[in-house]
Design a binder for this molecule. Structure first.
Ligand SMILES: [Zn+2]
Ligand SMILES: [Zn+2]
Length: 223
């Protein structure tokens, strides 16, 4: 690099204070702390960071191990990402559905069934004590399968033995949510096309809501 453009300084040079990173050759020994064993040692240059060959080796091994661990982690994430990429749409749907239903069951715990007077209680039965039941059935209104307006806590008897108990479901939904709500839901026949991203959004949303519900419930229990 050409330095001719710089005017020669007439002022006496100002001494910069001595720093460990730029030791002056003529000064007293600069002491440093070994990065491995933490012992004080005489530092010969900025890159001199360990007191002995043994400590240098130890440091090198440590950083190599760190690098390997980071690489392994990157690989794991990439593999996971690849696995997700090859999953079929129904895999994303199943995960979204599971999270959404869990949210509905948690939200409606302690309330009466959507279509009878049974109080929904969680006793930890395998398969759940009650369901997240659809007002308009998945069979006849597939587009409302993930629509929260259409999913409420329902006892297994109503959901399975009474095939959804839809007349009673409707009567009660009209009382709790109003006629406009139910009419709108009944006339909604707009097709939805869910992509994997949509399912991921639903799943993430349901999980976040679940967390908030749970923390709210814990607070209520403590109060
Ligand atoms: Zn050392
Ligand atoms: Zn019921």
């Amino acid at each position: 690099m050409k330095r001719s453009s710089l005017a020669p300084s007439t002022k006496p040079m100002k001494r910069t204070p001595l720093r460990a990173t730029r030791p002056a050759k003529t000064s007293a020994p600069i002491m440093g702390k070994c990065r491995h064993c933490k012992a004080p040692f005489e530092r010969k240059s900025a890159r001199h960071i360990a007191c002995s060959p043994a400590c240098i080796i130890a440091l090198t091994e440590k950083s190599a191990a760190k690098k390997l661990a980071a690489e392994a982690k990157r690989d794991r994430i990439a593999t996971k990402q690849k696995l997700i990429e090859i999953k079929p749409l129904k895999w994303f749907k199943a995960k979204a559905k599971k999270a959404l239903h869990l949210f509905v069951r948690t939200r409606d715990e302690g309330k009466p069934c959507a279509s009878c007077d049974t109080i929904l209680r969680n006793t930890g039965k395998p398969g759940g004590d009650y369901d997240a039941g659809h007002f308009r059935s998945v069979g006849s209104a597939k587009h409302l399968e993930m629509d929260l307006r259409n999913i409420w806590g329902q006892c297994k008897h109503c959901n399975h033995q009474l095939s959804g108990n839809s007349q009673e479901y409707e009567r009660r939904l009209r009382i709790s949510q109003g006629d406009a709500f139910v009419d709108e839901l009944l006339s909604d026949n707009e097709t939805r096309r869910y992509r994997r991203e949509d399912y991921l959004v639903i799943e993430a949303w349901a999980k976040k809501e679940m967390k908030e519900l749970k923390s709210g419930k814990n607070k209520n229990n403590q109060a």
